[in-house]
Design a protein around this ligand. Structure first.
Ligand SMILES: Nc1ncnc2c1ncn2[C@@H]1O[C@H](COP(=O)(O)OP(=O)(O)O)[C@@H](O)[C@H]1O
Ligand SMILES: [Mg+2]
Length: 232
């Protein structure tokens, strides 16, 4: 369970990125954060990830105050989270496999275990045949699938994905959304931001932001049937 209460976030120059946001997200939900560019979607995801602190208000995840986390408890939070954030691209100086192993190495897993799990994660995204290639040799859609594999390798309870379908053609976007839905069906909470409204009916719930405020929120219960790529 993730709960935000009266969360505001202001940046320098008086920019109010979020204003008085109160919401809660239950375990196992697939939630889309929608709204135009500048609405505050990325800021909201960074606050939930503990990457930034709110100016006021509280962020609680499974009873833990994320807004009060100390540097020493951040790695523990990280293990529960799979992050697919903008500007956190793949490292081009190492293989796809090494990229996916990295989050496990960082938390002190053995190389052997990291490799086994990284392969399994790549397999789930149909990318294991590219394990030993450079990210530079992949298409945008393939790179995004590797980024998802990297996010799930630690078996997170919660996946936070910021515009995971941006810059992808529709077929690749469908593959990415379907992969995230598959994780949600296996019990993982997924919070996905998108300014692209074609996927909203895939969510259990849509939270619509505008100018830093939640202006609408609706529940669609069970998502519609899985979308099919056009050129499958
Ligand atoms: N690090 C930052 N410093 C200053 N302003 C920021 C920063 N991050 C975001 N903002 C501003 O906060 C507002 C919300 O941004 P953002 O959360 O990125 O929106 P979205 O992801 O919905 O496009 C925008 O006005 C943006 O310019
Ligand atoms: Mg954004």
């Amino acid at each position: 369970m993730i709960e935000l209460k009266h969360v505001s976030k202001s940046y320098a120059q008086g920019i109010l990125a979020l204003r008085d946001v109160t919401l809660s997200i239950g375990d196992g939900e697939l939630v889309f954060l929608a709204g135009p560019s500048g609405a505050g979607k990325s800021t909201l995801l960074r606050l939930i990830a503990g990457l930034e602190k709110p100016t006021s208000g509280t962020v609680v995840m499974n009873g833990q105050r994320i807004d009060q986390l100390t540097a020493s408890s951040l790695p523990y939070l990280r293990r529960k989270l799979g992050l697919i954030l903008q500007g956190q691209g793949l490292l081009n100086d190492r293989s796809v496999l090494a990229n996916v192993m990295l989050p496990m190495i960082v938390v002190g897993e053995s190389v052997q275990e990291a490799e086994i799990r990284a392969y399994a994660a790549l397999e789930r995204l149909n990318m294991s045949d590219k394990a030993h290639t450079s990210p530079l040799a992949l298409s945008g859609g393939e790179q995004q699938r590797v980024a998802i594999a990297r996010a799930i390798v630690n078996r997170p309870q919660i996946i936070l994905a910021d515009e995971p379908t941006a810059y992808l053609d529709r077929d690749n976007a469908v593959i990415v959304v379907n992969a995230l839905r598959a994780f949600q069906r296996s019990g993982v909470t997924c919070i996905i931001s998108s300014h692209d409204e074609q996927f909203l009916d895939q969510a259990n719930r849509v939270i619509y932001l505008n100018k830093g405020e939640v202006v609408d929120s609706w529940t669609s219960g069970q998502p519609a049937t899985e979308m099919q790529p056009i050129h499958a």
